[in-house]
Design a protein around this ligand. Structure first.
Ligand SMILES: [Zn+2]
Length: 666
């Protein structure tokens, strides 16, 4: 029930302007809608709250079990599930964001106890029997009933008792190992030491205030505000290599072992269920339907980008030779060269420097710009509420409401900056699902790691991507909480986020900055023209990398038993730049250790849909009529209808891959 949507790998994630609050023309609510974020004074307090939440959950479960399977049964079950979200989600979320390690640990322990509750619930025979005889009144409830029955089947409800117990045991163990995998990355706090000379080329603002080691060397962490500038701009290949290796090996041998065990356990789980592989087991519930279809799609992507990738890599090699004043034959392009020379070629060819954007995109103004864009496009209002206690003093709280009616829709929390022990990528947690029947409002938490110096254009894109997940949660208007917003199929869930990414390349859209931050210097049109031209550069390398991640994930969870590292060495070894000995990339691939397993292809699959959705906004990215239509037909409907049907309603036709493949050629 815990919804967690992460950015794809490789998505990125100096002047500070003072910006006023968002202007609002309507009466201000006093507080954010929905329950306040719970506060825990200590790890012991969280543990006590966890005990009590499970007592309440069990008491409520007994009540639902006693209910007759009459026409009200599904509504009661939906209300019960919604209560479980409120009882458990904030406590579990804290493991990723709370500043106190003791509290994060207590949160993880609580998460394991809730996993145990949830995996038992998923095998509850009384609920299953009631659900089976329940008579839905319409297609919406019928689809929910079908989805829930599939959930029970997937949890092993129809297995003989011993195998059912084994299924639960496997589920609980996989969840525990996934948690450890993430903790190993989050709490490693790895730092890499550099001399000032080695950091030549890296913007001074990135490292000036950083801690130093005993030898006076600068210590930089692996979070995006440190990692990206080093691999993009450090003139020293040795410095780039050190940073790149540290990041690639982030999870270490421990995580490789965990991933191997997770892979085996998932294979065993699929076998229990009569599926040939974990990928087959997972994909039969997805838009793609089976691994063969997903792989055929990936093959099509591969053939579309293969030549482009080779051409780009050759250009980067030539750039390296010119930079080092060596003969091209004498130069080999290394993996830690790719970002660096991509930036150089971009700069030479298009005169675009990502760092130049930071001056125009201060973090707070960027957030307000992104919110204003959603306000303008989708007919909503965000109002900042000050003085709300959350999990960290810098977290911001926004009340989300409908601009026309003024009705409260939900709460958005935003956590912008990196800190020790915080989840170091970009993601949204849908903490609470809205429901019209329950008059229940939504709550989402958007977590990113931006530099206080401002955002690059790529990072602004990341912000819009994540906000796309948050609006999917906040603007949901389904009858049942179980069908709210981001409960859609996993290979569709990225589409609303990816759709919004290229709004940042539109000059008219960027003019909204002036509305929220009159003191900000507007980004010059000429710079944006160059950025748009440059945005296509590197597409071959990027798409090929996403293709590799997606193919690796499907192969790892395919029918043949696999050793994660051996498979990676072979698959990365088949790419033009090859495998780098001594690296253990799968150790940091937390997507596939957790909830994107056999699902990473979904980023590319959803992108097909996202690109097609964008065609409706081709003439005007601020078209409020179209935006409202999009909100009402796609976002508001959550999983009340299959994604293909929602997209068909919006576009007036079936979706197709034309826009996606045309774009790969641009
Ligand atoms: Zn995403």
């Amino acid at each position: 029930m815990h919804k967690f949507l992460s950015a794809r790998l490789g998505a990125a994630s100096l002047l500070l302007a003072v910006c006023g609050p968002l202007s609002t023309s309507w009466a201000a609510p006093v507080r954010a809608p929905g329950p306040d974020f719970p506060q825990f004074a200590s790890a012991d307090a969280l543990k006590a709250a966890c005990d009590s939440s499970l007592v309440q959950a069990n008491a409520q479960l007994r009540q639902v079990e006693r209910r007759a399977a009459n026409s009200q049964w599904l509504a009661a079950y939906d209300a019960f599930s919604a209560n479980l979200e409120d009882l458990s989600n904030p406590m579990q979320f804290l493991s990723s964001v709370h500043p106190d390690k003791a509290l994060r640990d207590a949160s993880e322990a609580c998460e394991l106890r809730w996993n145990d509750f949830s995996s038992s619930l998923a095998q509850n025979e009384k609920l299953y029997r009631a659900l089976r005889v329940f008579k839905p009144v319409d297609a919406t409830d019928r689809l929910l009933q079908k989805t829930l029955l599939e959930g029970f089947a997937d949890a092993g409800i129809s297995l003989p008792p011993a195998e059912r117990a084994r299924a639960k045991q496997l589920n609980d163990r996989i969840a525990e190992l996934g948690q450890t995998f993430q903790r190993n990355i989050r709490d490693a706090n790895l730092q890499v030491a550099f001399t000032e000379a080695e950091l030549r080329g890296v913007p001074v603002a990135v490292w000036q205030g950083a801690k130093r080691d005993a030898d006076g060397r600068v210590l930089l962490g692996l979070d995006n505000p440190s990692y990206e500038p080093v691999v993009q701009f450090a003139e020293s290949a040795a410095a780039r290599e050190r940073m790149w290796r540290a990041k690639t090996n982030e999870g270490g041998e421990a995580n490789l072992k965990l991933l191997a065990e997770i892979t085996q356990l998932r294979k065993a789980y699929a076998s229990l269920q009569g599926a040939a592989s974990w990928a087959e087991f997972v994909l039969r519930r997805r838009m793609a339907e089976n691994p063969a279809r997903a792989m055929a799609f990936l093959d099509e992507v591969k053939s579309a980008v293969r030549q482009r990738e080779r051409t780009e890599l050759e250009e980067l090699r030539q750039a390296k030779a010119a930079h080092l004043m060596l003969a091209p034959e004498a130069v080999k392009l290394d993996r830690w060269d790719v970002s660096f020379y991509t930036e150089r070629v971009r700069l030479e060819r298009y005169a675009v420097d990502q760092e130049a954007f930071r001056a125009y995109f201060p973090p707070q103004a960027s957030l307000q710009f992104a919110l204003r864009l959603i306000e303008r496009l989708m007919g909503v209002r965000y109002q900042r509420i000050d003085g709300v206690a959350t999990w960290h003093p810098e977290v911001q709280t926004y009340a989300v409401s409908d601009a026309t009616s003024g009705n409260a829709l939900g709460t958005l929390w935003v956590d912008l900056y990196p800190r020790e022990g915080k989840y170091n990528h970009a993601a949204v947690w849908g903490l609470r699902s809205g429901s019209l029947a329950q008059q229940r409002v939504s709550q989402a938490a958007l977590v990113v790691n931006f530099s206080r110096q401002g955002l690059t254009l790529d990072e602004l894109q990341t912000l819009l991507h994540e906000l796309g997940h948050a609006v999917h949660n906040n603007l949901s208007a389904t009858r049942r909480a179980l069908q709210a917003g981001t409960s859609v199929k996993h290979d569709f869930v990225e589409a609303p986020s990816q759709m919004l990414e290229d709004w940042v390349l539109d000059k008219r859209v960027l003019k909204l900055f002036a509305e929220v931050c009159p003191a900000c210097t507007p980004v010059p049109d000429a710079l944006m023209d160059k950025a748009v031209a440059a945005s296509h550069y590197g597409k071959g390398v990027r798409a090929a990398r996403q293709h590799l991640y997606a193919s690796y994930d499907l192969a790892l969870y395919g029918p043949e038993p696999q050793d994660p590292l051996a498979l990676w060495v072979q698959m990365e070894g088949d790419t033009p730049l090859g495998y780098v000995p001594g690296t253990v990339f799968p150790s940091r691939f937390s997507h596939i250790a957790t909830n994107y397993s056999a699902g990473y292809y979904g980023y590319l699959w959803s992108l097909v849909v996202a690109m097609d959705l964008r065609t409706a906004f081709a003439a005007d990215k601020l078209d409020a009529r179209m935006g409202k239509r999009y909100r009402d037909l796609i976002l508001a409907n959550g999983s009340q209808r299959p994604p293909q049907a929602l997209v068909h309603d919006f576009l007036g036709r079936d979706f197709n891959a034309k826009a996606f493949f045309d774009d790969l050629k641009r």
